[in-house]
Write a protein that binds this ligand. Structure first.
Ligand SMILES: [Zn+2]
Length: 255
């Protein structure tokens, strides 16, 4: 049986050869967020067919499922945020392809390893193990948090998204990206969205404490569900942090 949707899209597909070339060029990392995603990767048309895009390698950008959804689902009729322009996507793609080919052409040389080692030290300064443990593992998100804690949550995010916080080596960069992703999955979560950094009360409740005190058992349950979810996501982010530190040490040969 032929699916109607496949007919609709049949004239809009990369050949096996183009896909393979693109996947080798990106090392199966997402070209936008840089995570290593293995088989969970899709080839995106930078310029859609409706905008004159073709099925060539030049128009192909491997993306993880999350980034693909984000790039595709921008609604021009109800714009929220800023959509990705084709030129912007292309420069992200080219930059990532270059980084992967740089490492495969020359062996990861000492000079570049030194740059990545410096960054590793900076990363550990910005997010020391003790801080990561305190914020992501020991903090219960059903409890109030101080504005200082909230500031730290923000500053870690700002550090992780800066361009100069990226590793040159794609494998190392994949670990940073993986942590950034897990970290954001936790605190950019809808349950956390209600906290404003401008709110300078001494203590914040990440989840409204009125929910916990409510006479309605469903609302109380909602409180505990949110708390469990945030605690689960932050613990997961801490596991990714520990793995990142361990693997970066190994890759950068740091004792
Ligand atoms: Zn991605």
């Amino acid at each position: 049986m032929v699916c109607v949707f496949s007919i609709k899209h049949s004239n809009m597909a990369f050949s096996q050869m183009v896909r393979e070339e693109a996947l080798v060029a990106c090392g199966r990392h997402c070209c936008l967020c840089h995570r290593f995603v293995g088989t969970k990767i899709e080839c995106h048309h930078i310029e859609p067919e409706s905008g004159g895009g073709d099925d060539s390698l030049a128009n192909c950008m491997p993306l993880c499922f999350d980034c693909h959804a984000e790039v595709q689902h921008y609604n021009h009729r109800h714009p929220k945020g800023t959509s990705f322009r084709a030129s912007e996507l292309r420069s992200h793609r080219d930059r990532w392809f270059r980084r992967v080919s740089d490492t495969t052409l020359a062996i990861f040389d000492n000079e570049r390893r030194a740059v990545d080692r410096d960054l590793f030290e900076r990363l550990k300064e910005e997010i020391p193990e003790s801080l990561a443990r305190q914020l992501l593992k020991e903090q219960c998100w059903g409890q109030p948090i101080s504005s200082a804690t909230l500031d730290r949550v923000y500053s870690i995010d700002r550090f992780l998204e800066r361009l100069d916080s990226e590793f040159l080596d794609p494998t190392c960069e994949g670990y940073r990206a993986e942590f950034f992703h897990a970290y954001r999955a936790f605190w950019k979560n809808d349950d956390f969205a209600q906290i404003s950094p401008l709110d300078h009360n001494p203590d914040f409740y990440p989840i409204p404490k009125e929910w916990m005190q409510s006479g309605n058992p469903e609302i109380r349950q909602q409180f505990f569900d949110c708390m469990n979810k945030l605690n689960h996501l932050s613990t997961k982010a801490f596991e990714v942090y520990e793995r990142m530190i361990r693997d970066l040490r190994r890759l950068l040969i740091i004792r």
